[in-house]
Design a protein around this ligand. Structure first.
Ligand code: BGC
Length: 716
C-alpha cells in the first residue's frame, strides 16, 4: 500500500482534520511565537500546516515538533506569501508584467523560490493571477494587469519558476494560483465586494490565467474571498469541483484564503461553523487557512450527516500527496539545510536591479531630456518618495527588512557621488504639512535636473487598499505644481519618478513634466535601477500592462472592448463617448518609450485560406531610426471582423522583443496558432468560424499605431 494510504488508515479524525488545517505561527522577528496552543497541537498531530514563518532555524524547530513528537510523524507544510521576492525584492507583479519577458518572469520566481526555500519554506501563496481592469482595486498591484492572454503567459512562467523541474528539490516551492477567480472584478473596485460578471467574461477574461497555471502543473489553487453572482468562491461547487477539477483535471490541493471558510457565515450562506465547513469541503476545499472551521466544524457536520468520511479522506489524500511530492517525507529539513552562498545573494541583487530597471515604463520623454548626461551632472531628488527605503518594497515584502532597499537618493549617490545629489522631501506622502516645501524649492536652483519622486505609499495598494481617488495623495499635487513653476522659471528639466501600485490618474503631472518614469514599486534595488535608466546605462523597455486612464470616470478601462452598435464618432452625437473626456486612455496598453525611435513596415501574413491546425508566422520589419541602441516590444493583436458573437476590437495574441542599434533594421517573427482564434460562440461552446481576421502589429494597443493585414480562416 502507498505511504499515503497506509497513513490514512491509521489516522484518527482529529489527525485527519489536522492535515486539513493551516494556521499562522504569529512569527515575530525575535522568533516564532505560535498562536494559542498550536505547539501542543502540532505535537498531537492536530495541526498539519503553518503559514507566516521566517527563518530556516525556526521552520526546522516547528518541523521537529511534528517529526519527533507526533504519533504519525507527518511533516508540516509551511508556506508564506513570497509574492515578488522573499528577502530580496523584485518589482511588484504589476511592474513585472511590464517586462513582457517570460524568461525573466520565470527567473525572478525561481530566485524567490531559492531564497525562500533556503529559509525552510515549501510553499508560496503565488502567483496572483487576477486580471484587473479597475485601478481603484488595490490588489491590481499584485496581478498581471488587464489582459487575459498576458495573464496566462505570466501564469505559466511563474509556476515553472517557483516549482522548477523537481518539486522535491531543496530550491523549489509549491506554487498556489490565486485568487480563483474574478476577484479583480469586485464591484466598483472596492476590496472584498461582490463580483457579478457574465459567464462569457468569466471564461474569456478571468479563467484563462488559471487554466494556464493548471496546464503548467501548479500544485495548489486558492479560491478568492469574494462571491461570484452570489456564490462565494470558497463554496463554489460549479467552479471548484466542476470547472477546475473536472473540466481542467486539476488534482492538486485547494487551499482556502485567510479565514474565508468562516466568512461564509458573513456571506449569508452558512448558518454556523459546521455548515460553513461542510460547504467548503463539499466544494472541494482541502485546506482551511486560519478559520479553524474544519477542526471545529467538521466533527459536527459528520455527525449531522452533512459530509462523509470519504470526502474528508479525499482532501487528506490530496494534502499528503502534495507533502510527498514536495519531498517532505524523505527529508523535511532539506529546504533550509544549507545557507545560501553570499555570491548567490549578490547575484540576486544584480538580477533585482536589472529587472527593476526593465520594469520601468517611460511614459514621456519630451525633447529627449533623458537619458541625462552624467558628466558633471548635479541633481535634486525631491519629493516624499525620494528617500523612503521601506516604500520601495511595495505592498508585499515577504521576509524583507524595512531597510536596505536602495532609494533614489542612494542610487543616484552611488552613480554620481554624494556631492552631486541634493535631497529634500518637500512634503510627506499623505499629510497636510507644507513647511518643507521652501527648502525643496531652494534646491532647484543648485542643480541641472530635478528628479521629482512622488506617488503612493507602499501600503496604499495591495490588499484592503482600494482608492476612489486615483490622484497623488496628500499635498503632493500642490507641491509638484510649485516645483514645476520654480523649475520653469529656472529653465531646469523636471523628471517625474512616479511610484505606485496602479496607474495613477495624473494627466496634469504628465503634461507639466519633461519626462515621466512609471517605476511602480521597484523592490530592493529601486534607486539603482532608476538611476540606470535615468543615466542611460539601461535603455528603458517596460510597457504598461494596463490602459493608463486620463480620468477615474473611464474606469473600468481596457483595450479589449467590443465595438458596440454606435462606436465613437466625434461628428455624431449619438455615439459611444463621454461629453467631458476622451474615450482613449492617457496611455494605451503596451505604451512605453525607449531611447530609440522605431518604425514598422512590411507586415507579412500568409496569403490564402488558413486552417485551424496551422501555426502562422507573422513577420514585420522594424527599424531603429533613433540615435541610441534600444529594445522594442512588438505586439500582435487580432480582430475577428465578422463572427456570430461581437468580438473585441483588439485581442492580444503575442509579443516579441528586438534590440536594434541606431539605423539598424530587423525582421520580427511572431507565431500565431490558428487554434487561438477560436472563441466562445453564442452558447459558450468553443467555436472556430471561417472568415476574415485582421492581424494588427505594432508598439501598443492603439489602433492608429498598428499595421493591419488580413487572413482568411478556411472552413474547419
Ligand atoms: C490574502 C492572500 C494571502 C493570505 C495569506 C490573505 O489575506 O488574500 O492573498 O495569501 O492572506 O497571507
Amino acid at each position: 500500500m502507498s505511504r499515503v494510504e497506509t497513513l490514512l488508515k491509521q489516522m484518527t479524525l482529529a489527525e485527519k482534520l489536522g492535515q486539513l488545517t493551516m494556521t499562522a505561527s504569529s512569527y515575530a522577528v525575535t522568533g516564532p511565537v505560535i498562536a494559542g496552543d498550536s505547539t501542543e497541537a502540532i505535537k498531537d498531530g492536530t495541526i498539519g500546516n503553518l503559514l507566516n514563518m521566517v527563518g530556516a532555524e525556526h521552520v526546522h524547530d516547528m518541523q521537529r515538533l511534528a517529526m519527533e513528537h507526533s504519533r504519525l510523524k507527518i511533516p508540516l507544510l509551511i508556506g508564506l506569501d513570497v509574492i515578488h521576492g522573499h528577502r530580496t525584492l523584485f518589482p511588484i507583479p504589476l511592474g513585472e508584467a511590464a517586462l513582457f519577458e517570460p524568461k525573466l518572469w520565470a527567473l525572478t520566481a525561481q530566485e524567490s523560490a531559492k531564497e525562500a526555500a533556503a529559509d525552510g519554506l515549501a510553499m508560496t501563496f503565488a502567483p496572483m493571477l487576477d486580471v484587473s481592469r479597475d485601478p481603484r482595486w488595490g490588489r491590481s498591484a499584485e496581478g498581471p494587469g488587464e489582459d487575459p492572454w498576458l495573464g496566462a503567459r505570466i501564469a505559466e512562467a511563474k509556476v515553472h519558476g517557483f516549482q522548477g523541474t523537481d518539486l522535491a528539490g531543496a530550491e523549489t516551492l509549491a506554487a498556489v494560483a490565486k485568487h480563483y477567480c474574478a476577484y479583480g472584478a469586485v464591484t466598483a473596485g472596492r476590496e472584498y465586494a461582490s463580483v457579478d460578471i457574465s459567464e462569457r467574461t468569466l471564461h474569456e477574461v478571468h479563467l484563462p490565467a488559471f487554466a494556464a497555471a493548471v496546464a503548467a502543473g501548479v500544485v495548489a489553487v486558492m479560491p478568492a474571498f469574494t462571491d461570484l453572482a452570489g456564490v462565494p468562491m470558497t463554496a463554489n461547487v460549479a467552479l471548484l469541483r466542476g470547472w477546475l477539477r473536472e473540466h481542467l483535471g486539476f488534482q492538486g490541493v485547494i487551499i482556502s484564503d485567510y479565514n474565508a471558510i468562516a466568512e461564509l457565515i458573513h456571506h449569508g450562506i452558512a448558518a454556523d461553523l459546521p455548515h460553513a465547513a461542510s460547504l467548503a469541503l463539499k466544494a472541494g476545499v482541502d485546506i482551511d487557512m486560519m478559520a479553524d472551521a474544519y477542526r471545529r466544524g467538521l466533527p459536527d457536520a459528520l455527525e449531522r450527516g452533512w459530509v462523509t468520511m470519504a470526502q474528508i479522506d479525499t482532501a487528506v489524500r490530496r494534502v499528503l500527496t502534495l507533502k510527498e511530492r514536495l519531498g517532505l517525507f524523505e527529508d523535511p529539513y532539506r529546504r533550509g539545510a544549507t545557507p545560501e552562498a553570499p555570491a548567490a545573494v549578490t547575484a540576486r541583487r544584480q538580477l533585482a536591479r536589472l529587472v527593476g530597471a526593465r520594469a520601468i515604463v517611460m511614459l514621456k520623454n519630451q525633447n529627449a531630456v533623458l537619458p541625462l548626461a552624467a558628466d558633471g551632472l548635479r541633481v535634486a531628488v525631491i519629493g516624499p518618495l525620494g528617500d523612503s527605503s521601506s516604500d520601495m518594497r511595495g505592498p508585499w515584502w515577504g521576509a524583507a527588512d524595512p531597510a536596505g532597499h536602495v532609494t533614489v537618493v542612494e542610487g543616484m549617490t552611488h552613480l554620481l557621488g554624494a556631492e552631486r545629489v541634493l535631497h529634500a522631501p518637500g512634503v510627506a506622502i499623505d499629510d497636510a504639512d507644507m513647511s518643507g516645501v521652501p527648502a525643496a524649492l531652494e534646491l532647484c536652483a543648485q542643480v541641472d535636473a530635478i528628479l521629482l519622486c512622488v506617488g503612493e505609499a507602499a501600503a496604499m495598494s495591495g490588499e484592503a487598499a482600494s482608492r476612489a481617488h486615483l490622484g497623488l495623495p496628500g499635498r503632493q499635487r500642490e507641491f509638484a505644481v510649485a516645483v514645476f513653476e520654480r523649475a520653469r522659471a529656472l529653465h531646469k528639466p523636471v523628471i517625474v519618478v512616479l511610484f505606485s501600485g496602479r496607474p495613477l490618474v495624473v494627466p496634469w503631472l504628465v503634461e507639466s513634466a519633461d519626462a515621466v518614469l512609471a517605476a511602480w514599486f521597484p523592490g530592493s534595488e529601486a534607486g539603482n535601477a532608476i538611476g540606470d535608466v535615468l543615466l542611460g546605462h539601461v535603455s528603458p523597455s517596460g510597457r504598461t500592462p494596463v490602459s493608463w486612464p486620463r480620468a477615474a470616470g473611464q474606469v473600468p478601462i481596457f483595450f479589449g472592448q467590443r465595438p458596440g452598435g454606435r462606436p465613437e464618432n466625434p461628428k455624431d452625437h449619438y455615439t459611444s463617448k463621454y461629453l467631458d473626456v476622451a474615450n482613449e486612455p492617457l496611455f494605451p496598453f503596451g505604451h512605453g518609450l525607449t531611447y530609440g525611435r522605431f518604425s514598422y513596415a512590411n507586415l507579412r501574413v500568409p496569403e490564402g485560406p488558413v486552417s485551424a491546425t496551422e501555426t502562422l508566422v507573422i513577420r514585420v520589419d522594424v527599424s531603429n531610426q533613433g540615435e541610441r541602441a534600444a529594445e522594442e516590444t512588438v505586439f500582435l493583436f487580432t480582430h475577428d471582423v465578422l463572427a456570430s458573437v461581437s468580438r473585441p476590437v483588439l485581442e492580444l495574441k503575442g509579443f516579441a522583443k528586438v534590440t536594434l542599434n541606431p539605423g539598424e533594421s530587423g525582421t520580427v517573427s511572431l507565431l500565431l496558432p490558428v487554434a487561438e482564434l477560436r472563441f466562445l460562440g453564442p452558447t459558450l461552446e468553443l467555436e472556430f468560424e471561417a472568415g476574415e481576421v485582421e492581424i494588427l502589429v505594432g508598439p501598443c494597443a492603439d489602433r492608429r499605431q498598428l499595421l493591419v493585414a488580413s487572413i482568411r480562416l478556411a472552413h474547419a
